[in-house]
Each structure stands twice: as structure tokens, then as C-alpha cells.
Design a protein around this ligand. Structure first.
Ligand code: GDP
Ligand code: MG
Length: 326
């Protein structure tokens, strides 16, 4: 298993917002209190910015992000090391009303993360009225008996006047300890959020070495990168019918690493769309994925992509098992 050093992510970050060193109060330095470490589940509806928030907390693009809902399908573990704490985040798929089998696995993953968490981080978008699903999720989180910290995300694109009534509405819900408005995309409020979360972690030594950012193998991250490019490159239907499996990942000293990934689709017609005229669409996906993978592992990569039809895999238990979703 490989681990990665932190790198700056290339998105705008408010000065001083994300650097834990910058915001440590001098009194904290004199009396930092006990070291804290534990697990935080990031939970919320699809597309509210959970994966973006994890990446911003990590200063690293670990979890894949797209403008489309349901980009994240599995639990993604990200480790944030701070001077006085280690926070281990579980990014989760958005919680929704499932309409096919694969979506049932999303909800299961989110619930399992909640059960393992020391602190629950509930994310929602600022809207005039909260959605019924948000209340359901909050109830589920409260049922775990763990403290809940709420982050209201995407404040960069809302009227500030919407925030106060929303905070007022949420603050008396069971187990809710803090409510922090943030912009995960721009970093605003993220340091305040990290500080709030830290408070509720148990006293404990580190669970992982300080330079480790995740426990996922490179093979998994490579498959996720390919899947992200599919989400970004194609229209509505294709990404949801797609799954990616890395079948080979071979390190070849003195040569490029060899990575063979298979993209599964549900129908023959989707295969054609995925490949595109003369293979052009797939070539673009391959190029984008290879560049990101090379940046991640800091080695040159030869990436080969194949497309295979697996009829209705999203709704078949055996295929979901084969693809590692259950
Ligand atoms: P998830 O499904 O909850 O993991 O959401 P993602 O992290 O994949 O983000 C969904 C979309 O929301 C992406 O297009 C993000 O760029 C966007 N997004 C996330 N956080 C913010 C934010 O703070 N402000 C704005 N304007 N967009 C955001
Ligand atoms: Mg996500």
C-alpha cells in the first residue's frame, strides 16, 4: 500500500483559511490540551459538496467530484493531521430515496459510516426551507447518539439573509452541537469547521502515521479517477450506467507503470457513445485520467482503457458483488 505526501490543491483558497498553523491561537500553543483522534462521517444529500469539503480539508484532491449528483459511490477515507489532532473522515455517497439496487448500496455505505463515527458532520445547502430528507438524515444521525456538527455549504452562492433563519431552525435539533457556514469550494469557514470538529473527538493518539492521507490502494484511486472523467465527459445517462475496475496495475521500474482499466456499461449503445467516433471520446477520458493519475502517484503511467457491456449491472446483486459494491 502506498501513501501520499500532502500537496496543495489547485483551487482558490482564502488566505490563511486552510493552514492549521496560521489559525492556532497563541494560548493554544501554550496549552494545546490533550491530543485527539477519531472518525468523522461526512453525510448529506447528493451534490451538497461532501467530497469537495473532504478535499479542501485534506489540501488534496482525493475524492472525486463532479457537478452531477451521485458521483461518490463508496466510503472514501481521508486523514487530516493537525497539530493537536488527527481527524479521519469518511466521505460517503449522498443519501437519497433509492430506486435501483446500486443506490441501495449508497445508503448502506452512508449508514455504515455513521455507525463508525465519533462525530457526525452533516452537510446541507442553504435553502429557505429544509428538505424532508434532511430531517430524516438528521434523525438518523441523532439516533447514533454522537455529537452532530452541521456545515451549511456553498455560502458563496447564497443570499446571506437566508442563513440566520436556517441556523435558527437547525440549532435545537437533537445532538446538534455547532453550525458552521462554509464554502468548501473556496475554503471559507473550513478552518472554523475543522476546529469545531476537533473539539468533539475523543482523546486518543494517532491511528495512522502523520504523512498518510488515505488507506485506499492506488488501484482503487485509479479506478475512481477514470470514473470521475467519465462523469465529467459524458451527458446524463452514461455516467450512471458506468462502473470502472482496474484489472492490472503494474509498477515497472525504469518504465511507465502499466494500468489496465475496464469501463463497464449496461448496453451496447452506451458502449458506442463511450468510445465515440474513431475512439475519440474514450481517448479524451484516457488522457485526462492518465494525467491525473501520474500527478497522484508521481510516476509516468501507460493507461489502457477497455469498454465492456454488462447487461443491467446496476440492478443485479451478483454484478454488484463482482464489482465490489456489496
Ligand atoms: P457531493 O455529491 O456531496 O460529494 O458533492 P461534490 O463535492 O461532488 O460537489 C457537487 C458540486 O457542487 C460540484 O460541482 C462542486 O464543485 C460544487 N460545490 C461544492 N462545494 C461548493 C461550494 O462551496 N460552492 C459552490 N458554489 N459549489 C460547490
Ligand atoms: Mg461525493
Amino acid at each position: 500500500m502506498n501513501t501520499w505526501q500532502r500537496k496543495q490543491i489547485d483551487r482558490p483558497v482564502a488566505p490563511g483559511e486552510l493552514s492549521s498553523e496560521v489559525n492556532v491561537e497563541s494560548s493554544d500553543v501554550k496549552n494545546p490540551g490533550p491530543f485527539r483522534a477519531g472518525y468523522v462521517a461526512i453525510v448529506g444529500q447528493p451534490n451538497v459538496g461532501k467530497s469537495t469539503l473532504l478535499n479542501t480539508l485534506l489540501h488534496y484532491k482525493l475524492s472525486i467530484v463532479s457537478p452531477k449528483p451521485q458521483t461518490t459511490r463508496r466510503q472514501i477515507l481521508g486523514i487530516v493531521n493537525r497539530p493537536h489532532s488527527q481527524m479521519i473522515f469518511f466521505d460517503t455517497p449522498g443519501i437519497l430515496e433509492p430506486s435501483y439496487r446500486l443506490q441501495h448500496t449508497f445508503v448502506r455505505v452512508a449508514h455504515s459510516a455513521m455507525q463508525q463515527a465519533d462525530v457526525q458532520l452533516f452537510l446541507l445547502e442553504p435553502e429557505a426551507t429544509t428538505r424532508p430528507m434532511d430531517h430524516e438524515i438528521l434523525q438518523r444521525l441523532a439516533d447514533t447518539g454522537r455529537p452532530i456538527v452541521i456545515a451549511i455549504n456553498k455560502i458563496d452562492k447564497c443570499e446571506k439573509s437566508i442563513l440566520l433563519p436556517l441556523i435558527d431552525h437547525l440549532k435545537d435539533k437533537p445532538n446538534v452541537k455547532e453550525i458552521v457556514p462554509v464554502s468548501a469550494l473556496h475554503g471559507e469557514g473550513v478552518e472554523a469547521l475543522a476546529q469545531a470538529l476537533e473539539t468533539y473527538l475523543p482523546e486518543h493518539e494517532r491511528f495512522y502515521p502523520e504523512d498518510q492521507i488515505t488507506d485506499h490502494p492506488e488501484r482503487f484511486l485509479a479506478a475512481e479517477i477514470v470514473r470521475e472523467k467519465v462523469f465529467l465527459r459524458y451527458g446524463e445517462e452514461i455516467p450512471y450506467s458506468t462502473s470502472v475496475r482496474v484489472e492490472e496495475f503494474i509498477e515497472r521500474p525504469g518504465h511507465k507503470d502499466y494500468v489496465r482499466a475496464v469501463i463497464y456499461v449496461e448496453r451496447e449503445s452506451q458502449k458506442g457513445i463511450l468510445i465515440g467516433k474513431g475512439g475519440s471520446a474514450l481517448k479524451q477520458v484516457g488522457k485526462m485520467a492518465r494525467e491525473e493519475l501520474e500527478a497522484l502517484i508521481e510516476r509516468p503511467v501507460y493507461l489502457e482503457l477497455f469498454v465492456t457491456v454488462k447487461e443491467k449491472w446496476r440492478d443485479r446483486e451478483s454484478e454488484l458483488r463482482n464489482l465490489g459494491y456489496v
